[in-house]
Write a protein that binds this ligand. Structure first.
Ligand code: AHR
Length: 533
């Protein structure tokens, strides 16, 4: 009897410790502050807007609707929120929509533009009110670079060549037509996609066939108005390394592109037929979603290894131009989904992976910016909600264009039933003022982790001068989210859990959280060594 009661007591105390997070775990992080060489391109923090559901119409664009404040049809609240993220690029018009889009439908007097069916997304009417001029005007308002995905699946090399000419030429018939449509100056658009998912909705091609088609299209993607296009060839999905191999063989022969894409979506179950709910989930779905997110690291490594084989100097960028969560949606042609703390973890983990692989991953776009899949922003009439994922992008801003610092992390495991993942991920960078920025994610919802963070190459005898500050994103529940008409449940707050101690920084990272730290006033150890010689 005694043993039975004791056993129940032990089980109960373990349960309470886990539930209350009483039993902290520990981790070690070494940041090589003296070893950074690769830049984290700001273009890793890119966005994606497709003619899909309410992303463009209602999301970005309200046209003449007087009930929503707008400038030239583009919502002012959305522009202000995205400017705060310093979004570097916006990919448009799709997605699958791109390979069915004919740019001439979207220029000229709006009331003369033809209505079409959006065949990929529910056959809803596409008014073409939002076209090339509206998109490029919107990018100017957002202060970001456009990435236009060309139509390879149902278009022609001539159509794509003329789109580039229309947009970028400084003289000639197409430049005149552009001027007649209200824009005299060329836009100098640099980033162009050569089709989208050409192995699927973009034409169901084999890699060998696409490689030839891509050579043909890129031959005609010429510089106009002095702007050399940065051509992004359609790349693989997930672990399809054969696609990458074939495309890189083609690159080796002719160097016809500068970027090669990769798409990978996180599904809680990994099953496209039963993906799982965005908000109504338990811990099994939390951990499986984060485990599936971590697969990105493996995909990036495997595709990069193949690219290294043909392009050891990493001239070609790996462009992860579709990533994020995809849940079951009430309307599978609109793909609207809510966004919880779990999505914030997904964003933080993926961005850490891209940062750490920034030598090869130099561009990425989360799918999609407004009202579709893992959005930054949700809109309803004149209301707007900033999602947990939005705040991760805001917190990670200091990584944009900073120098990536190599890290060594020893993380405790987070175990739930039969699933195990490392609890932590991290990335570090140094900005041009010498401050070190460290992003950390803790997937374990029950345990805080005390991270002892050492800075190799920094003078540890001057720690009294170090200044540490930060922000944290966490919430009461794994599925906390921000909703219309309510105070935000998931919003960053100041983080005071990092202290300089014994020549290192001790960080107490709460369960289910994302933390971004800035460590300032570091002195290089080597400078001190040099001065004592
Ligand atoms: O982002 C939604 C869709 O996912 C895109 O249109 C397509 O490229 C991908 O399959």
């Amino acid at each position: 009897m005694f043993f039975r009661i004791r056993a129940i007591g032990v089980v109960l105390s373990l349960f309470l410790a886990a539930e209350c997070g009483a039993e902290d775990l520990s981790a070690k992080l070494l940041i090589h502050v003296d070893q950074g060489k690769d830049k984290i391109s700001r273009h890793i923090y890119g966005q994606f807007a497709e003619h899909l559901g309410r992303c463009i119409y209602d999301g970005f664009w309200v046209g003449n609707d007087p009930s929503v404040k707008n400038t030239g049809g583009v919502r002012d609240d959305v522009v202000a929120a995205l400017r705060e993220l310093a979004i570097p690029n916006l990919r448009w018009p799709g997605g699958c929509f791109a390979d069915n889009y004919h740019w001439r439908d979207g220029i000229g007097p709006p009331d003369k533009r033809p209505e079409r069916s959006n065949v990929w997304w529910g056959n809803v009417p596409e008014s073409n009110r939002f076209g090339t001029h509206e998109f490029l005007g919107m990018c100017a308002q957002l202060g970001c670079e456009p990435l236009i995905c060309g139509n390879v699946g149902s278009g022609s090399p001539q159509e794509l060549e003329q789109w580039i000419e229309y947009v970028n030429a400084d003289r000639g018939a197409l430049a005149d037509e552009r001027r007649d449509n209200g824009r005299a100056q060329p836009w100098h658009v640099k980033f162009w996609g050569v089709g989208n998912e050409s192995w699927g909705c973009g034409g169901n091609m084999r890699p060998e066939y696409y490689a030839d088609v891509m050579d043909q299209f890129t031959t005609f993607m010429k510089p106009f108005g002095g702007t050399e296009p940065f051509r992004i060839a359609c790349g693989a999905s997930d672990a399809n390394t054969n696609w990458t191999d074939v495309l890189m063989q083609s690159y080796k022969r002719k160097q016809m592109f500068q970027g090669l894409s990769l798409h990978y979506y996180t599904l809680p179950t990994g099953d496209w037929k039963h993906k799982g709910s965005a908000t109504d989930f338990e811990e099994d779905s939390w951990i499986s979603t984060l485990k599936n997110t971590l697969r990105m690291e493996d995909f990036v490594k495997r595709h990069s290894e193949i690219m290294d084989k043909y392009d050891p100097q990493a001239k070609v960028a790996l462009v992860v131009d579709e990533w994020g969560t995809w849940y079951d949606s009430a309307d599978s042609a609109a793909l609207f989904q809510q966004n919880t703390l779990r999505d914030a973890l997904v964003a933080g983990i993926n961005l850490n992976i891209f940062n750490n692989h920034c030598r090869r991953v130099r561009m990425a776009s989360i799918a999609q910016t407004v009202n579709v899949l893992q959005s930054m922003i949700l809109t309803k009439g004149a209301e707007m909600v900033l999602t947990p994922s939005y705040y991760v992008f805001r917190m990670y801003k200091p990584h944009q264009d900073a120098t990536m610092l190599p890290t060594e992390l020893t993380s405790p495991d987070y175990v739930y039933e039969k699933m195990t993942i490392p609890a932590l991920t991290t990335a570090a960078s140094r900005d041009d003022k010498g401050a070190v920025h460290v992003s950390l994610t803790n997937a374990d919802p029950h345990h805080a982790v005390v991270v002892e963070c050492s800075l190799a190459g920094a003078d540890a005898s001057k720690t009294d001068e170090w200044k540490v500050s930060g922000e944290i994103l966490t919430a009461g529940r794994m599925n906390s989210f921000n909703d219309f008409g309510k105070n935000a449940e998931v919003k960053p707050t100041n983080f005071d859990g990092a202290k300089v101690k014994d020549g290192a920084v001790s960080i107490e990272l709460p369960g289910k959280s994302i933390v971004m730290l800035a460590i300032e006033n570091l002195t290089a150890a080597s400078a001190k060594d040099a001065s004592t010689k």
